[in-house]
Design a protein around this ligand. Structure first.
Ligand SMILES: Nc1nc2c(c(=O)[nH]1)N[C@H]1C(S)=C(S)[C@@H](COP(=O)(O)O)O[C@H]1N2
Ligand SMILES: [Mo]
Length: 335
């Protein structure tokens, strides 16, 4: 059998992200004792775990073509190349380094899958794998994605509005918040089995939105990107995308959605509340305690032009659609 490990060329995260920036975020984990020095320098997990998953640099997961209506509004945005979208990831369940998820997630089983939607609603449901791509019409949405670490991409997602999904379960008047939960399966997710690999996060990864944020038409449940089903490292088979918030709100590989009366706990807020709030709206005027949020590195094509520093926009450029949700709120207090 021919076994290859990925070549450095297209996968190396240092080519697309300023190392001082993303190492900074993980520095707090190191201070808290979750990451050893080895983890920061590049760790040992790789060659064995990736054996068999790569041939000719191509990951071996299979994706299926989706049928969807094309985005006609955002075609002017310069998209991040697919190869970068699927190889530079934050998915701590598969390792806290950018290049680990693509290596460590390729055996991830997404079919069968169950997504349960319950809580404060009249018609709770459980969806299986096929329901995710067939129960609602799929559309493409080309969105900017801004990570709290000050890098960003433009990604053509395929999915449906969370609002359309929630309408199916008929939320009741006590439904003020929506909580989301990622699969917990340490046998498949090595970061859940190893505190060091998983960055010290207490799993399962959880997220939440206010009900009006969840019902905003921009809020997307994504089942694909670049016209195909999601690769595991991007959150297969279904993940949230909230384009006006920092990337960590866009929780991956979701198994549970609950309508709640009270604000739910969220993973990064539990880990470092001073650094990561519940709202996490992209805000160039509210710096992270350890770095500026005024600008970002847009990941575009490789080579010379990969390092594109651009100004960060309030609400990531979606203010016209969402600023009203926060009228009268002090966004420095509710960061
Ligand atoms: N379950 C889970 N969801 C997650 C994360 C994670 O570690 N675990 N990382 C978040 C962060 S920090 C970002 S920036 C985005 C990255 O999405 P992408 O890899 O598809 O670009 O996923 C978010 N969703
Ligand atoms: Mo992120």
């Amino acid at each position: 059998m021919l076994i290859k490990t990925p070549k450095n060329s297209s996968l190396k995260d240092s080519a697309v992200t300023d190392e001082s920036v993303y190492h900074d975020r993980r520095n707090i984990l190191k201070q808290m004792g979750f990451l050893g020095a080895g983890a920061l320098l590049g760790s040992a997990v790789t060659s064995k775990a990736s054996a068999g998953f790569f041939s000719d640099d191509k990951p071996s997961f299979s994706t299926k073509a989706l049928t969807y209506s094309k985005d006609t509004k955002n075609v002017g945005l310069l998209k991040t190349p697919e190869q970068k979208v699927i190889s530079h990831n934050n998915f701590y369940e598969f390792g806290a380094k950018k290049d680990q998820p693509i290596e460590l997630s390729q055996g991830f089983k997404v079919d069968p899958w169950q997504l349960t939607i319950s809580g404060e609603c009249d018609k709770p449901i459980t969806l299986d794998y096929d329901d995710l791509t067939t129960m609602l019409p799929l559309e493409e949405r080309i969105y900017r994605m801004r990570c709290v670490e000050a890098w960003s991409m433009v990604i053509p997602w395929v999915g449906f509005s969370l609002a359309d999904l929630l309408k199916k379960v008929a939320p009741n008047s006590r439904a003020k918040y929506v909580a989301f939960e990622t699969l917990y399966d340490p046998e498949q997710m090595p970061g859940q089995a190893s505190r060091r690999l998983g960055g010290g996060i207490k799993y399962p990864y959880v997220e939440g939105l206010r009900i009006d944020e969840a019902m905003n038409p921009l809020t997307l449940m994504s089942v694909g990107l670049y016209g195909k089903t999601l690769p595991p490292q991007n959150g297969a088979p279904i993940r949230l995308v909230v384009p006006w918030k920092y990337g960590f709100k866009s929780i991956k590989s979701i198994v549970a959605i609950k309508l709640l009366e009270h604000q739910p706990p969220t993973t990064w807020n539990k880990l470092a509340a001073r650094e990561y709030g519940f709202y996490a709206n992209v805000n160039p005027n509210h710096d992270h305690p350890r770095w500026s949020q005024a600008s970002e590195r847009r990941i575009t094509s490789g080579g010379l032009f990969a390092r594109n520093r651009i100004a960060t926009l309030p609400f990531n450029g979606y203010g016209d659609e969402v600023a009203d949700l926060y009228r009268g709120m002090n966004l420095s207090k509710y960061y």
